[in-house]
Structure formats: structure tokens, C-alpha cells
Design a protein around this ligand. Structure first.
Ligand SMILES: CC(C)[C@H](C(=O)O)[C@@H](O)C(=O)O
Ligand code: SF4
Length: 428
């Protein structure tokens, strides 16, 4: 929706509109506001600390609104050690005791993906989560942001939080992606242009992505935090949001003030790679290491950035009738049980298995190097996730390249970083 602001009020960014609604008065970048939270999310890694602060330090008997709390067991699920199993048991007992309707058990999937699937994050909402990639909710037009255990515990106790209203960087796209280039390449290109600190404590607003699916939008918004952003919000228009109610006060307002505008020509974009060990160390795939071949022995497809059904299907289109190269392991961890089920139903899963993929339980998997595909010293991994920091997926002596699901599939087949367009259509 394109809105004209009320006569007396200057035009607002999407972030300013959401925070104005949440704090009950018009507010603009730079102001500090106390606002009502629409949803608070906690996951297994941080929930034990949150529960301790909530029930111990704050002495709260329970959460402010059971319907507005989501709890996920996703980061190390199923539990890999006695210690994590014990911690998760405490979270599980608390969620059941509190009778929380939105409690997502082991195997349901990554918190962000599940919350989007369950439509708990919607246009115009303010969602806080105990996870930096809570910016993902901007795919559905919400202001999603990550916070530490104390702030989340306070939000759970009171239903309120405080924020400095962020300035906004506008990413304005035109044109259409070419075959073999996808949303991940756009997200990496944005990191390349803005750099890791290019939008620190700012919002990123995305225009020109009406053709993007909810999944493609999530690839963009989950990576907003990788340029330092507090939130990443896609303009709430296009078929992907057609089934949502967009509040009448929410939409792009001409004349809103942006700190910076980044223009992106989608049609000119090449497959992108973030080389070790920084997310903004991005180049065109053809130019990595001066164009010399780069041998890869682990390909990991998954995460809240690129573990959805459409990502597995994109990989399967390249892998159909082909095999993973000898000496390479291809690990696929679906982002959710729904994504896995869809892949089972339409044959995507069989293609992946026939190509030689190992399939993990839906969840975060080895994204933070705690289980299900931890890297050894000397491993070189092509990862569809959002961070390639040293030690992120296991050994600090491993190297991680970030790329799209299409690049992941092509690389798994050849054992070298490979442009999916070089393989052509799959043979079968
Ligand atoms: C474990 C969790 C707190 C962390 C985050 O905040 O993002 C994780 O999800 C990550 O991706 O690094
Ligand atoms: S999949 Fe990775 S990036 Fe996403 S929430 Fe889980 S650990 Fe964080």
C-alpha cells in the first residue's frame, strides 16, 4: 500500500510507523520510546537465562500474555549433550506449566521460520526475540529485532520494551533476477555495498521486491542484522502478502526521510560469494581468489536464511540425475518440519537423497557449530547460512564461504566453488 501521511504529520518510514503505533503517538528517528510488544520469542539457547531472570530477579509469576509468547527448541535440537538436554528440559517444563500455546518442540524447526509459517509475525507488528536474526520477521512486514536475556525477560513480564527509533537505509531494487541468481545473491550484494557496519542501529527498508516470495523476503531480512541493522522491513506489498491484513496506517509513504538510498539493479546481479571470514567480504563468484578454482569438501544447505522448501527445490533442480563429488559431504537441514514435509511430498527429498545428501532434523543444525555437521580443521565449506566467522561452524581452522542454494548444489557436484549456470540444466 502507498499511503499519504495525515496532512499535519511528516511522512514516516515503515519503522517509524510501526513504533508510532506501538508507543501510541507519532514518533520519528532519534527518539527513545517505550512501546507495547506484539510478540516475544525465546529459544532453547537463551530461554534458561530468560526464565531465571523472569522468575528469579523480576519475581514474575508468569508471562504478561500467553498468546503473545513463542518458545522454540531449535538451536541444538535434538539435544547433543546431557547439559543441553537438561537445560531444554527446564525450558520445556516451564512452557508446559505456563500453558503456552505457541511452544515449538524439537524438530518443528528454526524459530524464525516457524513463527512466519504460523503467521505469528504479521504486517505492522513489533516482535522481539532472544536472537539476532529476529530481523527476519520483516519479511512479513513486522519490525523484528533481537535483544539480550534481560530485555526479553522484561518484555515477557510487562509486554513492553524501549527502543531508540532508528534512522532508515532504503534498498530500492529494479528489474528481475536472471536464472541462477537468487535472493541470497541480493542479500550478499547488499552486505558488499553497505558493509557489516553500514546500517548499525538503523532499519533497512526494502522496496521493489513485490515479486519476491515470503521465503525470498526472509533471505533478505534475516541478513539485515549482518549490516548491523536493528530491523529489516520489506514493503508490505506484492502477492506474498496478499493474504495478510495490512493495517490501514501501514505502508510506504512518499517523502519519508532515508539516511541513505542503495539502488540495486537485479538484472545485472551475478552470483555472489562471501569469502572467509566476514559476511561483507563479498565478490562475484567468478572473481573469488582471482578466479582460481577453490576446492570445497563440505556443502551445507539450511538455516533461517536459506533452508526453506524453495531453497531445497532450487538445489534439487541442479542435483537431479547427478551425484555429490567423491570426498564431498552434502548436509541438508530443512528450516522447518513443514519445509521437510513439502520436500517429501513433491519428490525434492528423493532427488537430494539420490544425489547423496545427508538430511538432518529441522532446526539450526550446524549453523552455530554445536552439532549435526560440525566442521573439522582444514574443512572448506560452502554454506547457505548468514555468517562465516572464524569458528562459526566448528573448528577455527575451517573456512566458510557463503553462497546461494544454487551455488551450493553446483559446488556439491564438482567439489569446487561453481557457478550454477556453468552446469546448465540437469541431465535428467
Ligand atoms: C544462539 C543465538 C543467540 C544466536 C543469535 O543471536 O543470532 C544464533 O542464532 C546465531 O545465529 O548466531
Ligand atoms: S539458523 Fe543459524 S542464524 Fe538462524 S537462528 Fe539458527 S543459529 Fe541463528
Amino acid at each position: 500500500m502507498t499511503l499519504s501521511p495525515p496532512q499535519t504529520q511528516p511522512a514516516q518510514t515503515l519503522a517509524e510507523q510501526i513504533l508510532s503505533h506501538a508507543c501510541g503517538r507519532p514518533t520519528f528517528a532519534g527518539e527513545v520510546v517505550t512501546c507495547a510488544v506484539d510478540l516475544a520469542m525465546v529459544h532453547d539457547s537463551i530461554a534458561p537465562a530468560v526464565i531465571r531472570i523472569l522468575t528469579g530477579d523480576l519475581g514474575a509469576a508468569g508471562v504478561w500474555d500467553r498468546e503473545r509468547v513463542a518458545v522454540a527448541i531449535d538451536h541444538v535440537a535434538p539435544a547433543a549433550t546431557i547439559q543441553t538436554a537438561t537445560a531444554q528440559d527446564g525450558v520445556r517444563r516451564w512452557a508446559i506449566e505456563q500453558d503456552l500455546p505457541h511452544f515449538f518442540e524439537t524438530g518443528r524447526g528454526i524459530c524464525h521460520q516457524v513463527i512466519l509459517e504460523e503467521r505469528l509475525a504479521r504486517p505492522g507488528m513489533l516482535v522481539v526475540g532472544s536472537d539476532s536474526h529476529s530481523t527476519a520477521y520483516g519479511a512479513a512486514g513486522a519490525f523484528g529485532t533481537g535483544m539480550g536475556a534481560t530485555d526479553i525477560a522484561l518484555a515477557l513480564a510487562t509486554g513492553q520494551t524501549w527502543l531508540r527509533v532508528p534512522e532508515t537505509v532504503l534498498v530500492r531494487a529494479r528489474g528481475e533476477l536472471r536464472p541462477g541468481v537468487s535472493a541470497k545473491d541480493v542479500a550478499l550484494h547488499i552486505a558488499r555495498e553497505l558493509r557489516a557496519d553500514g546500517a548499525t542501529y538503523e532499519a533497512v527498508e526494502y522496496h521493489g521486491f513485490d515479486a519476491f516470495t515470503l521465503g525470498e523476503r526472509t533471505t533478505l531480512t534475516s541478513m539485515a542484522v549482518e549490516v548491523g541493522a536493528k530491523a529489516g522491513i520489506v514493503a508490505p506489498t506484492g502477492p506474498a502478502l496478499a493474504s495478510y491484513d495490512v493495517p490501514e496506517w501501514f505502508g510506504v509513504q512518499p517523502g519519508a526521510s532515508y539516511r541513505r538510498v542503495l539502488e540495486v539493479d537485479l538484472g545485472a546481479l551475478e552470483p555472489q560469494i562471501a569469502a572467509p571470514s566476514f559476511v561483507d567480504n563479498v565478490t562475484d563468484l567468478g572473481a573469488v581468489a582471482g578466479g582460481d578454482p577453490i576446492a570445497v569438501n563440505v556443502v551445507y544447505l539450511g538455516t533461517c536464511t536459506n533452508g526453506r522448501h524453495e531453497d531445497m527445490a532450487a538445489a534439487a533442480r541442479i542435483l537431479r540425475g547427478r551425484r555429490v563429488a567423491r570426498g564431498v559431504r552434502l548436509i541438508v537441514v530443512p528450516a522447518s518440519s513443514q519445509a521437510l514435509q513439502q520436500a517429501a511430498e513433491d519428490g525434492t527429498l528423493s532427488v537430494l537423497l539420490e544425489a547423496g545428501a545427508a538430511i538432518g532434523t529441522p532446526g539450526c543444525g550446524a549453523c552455530i557449530g554445536r552439532h549435526m555437521g560440525v566442521l573439522a580443521p582444514g574443512d572448506v565449506c560452502l554454506f547457505t547460512g548468514n555468517r562465516n566467522f572464524r569458528g562459526r561452524m566448528g573448528s577455527p581452522e575451517a573456512q566458510i564461504y557463503l553462497g546461494s542454494p544454487e551455488v551450493a548444489a553446483a559446488t556439491a557436484v564438482t567439489g569446487f566453488l561453481t557457478d550454477p549456470r556453468a552446469l546448465g540444466a540437469s541431465p535428467a
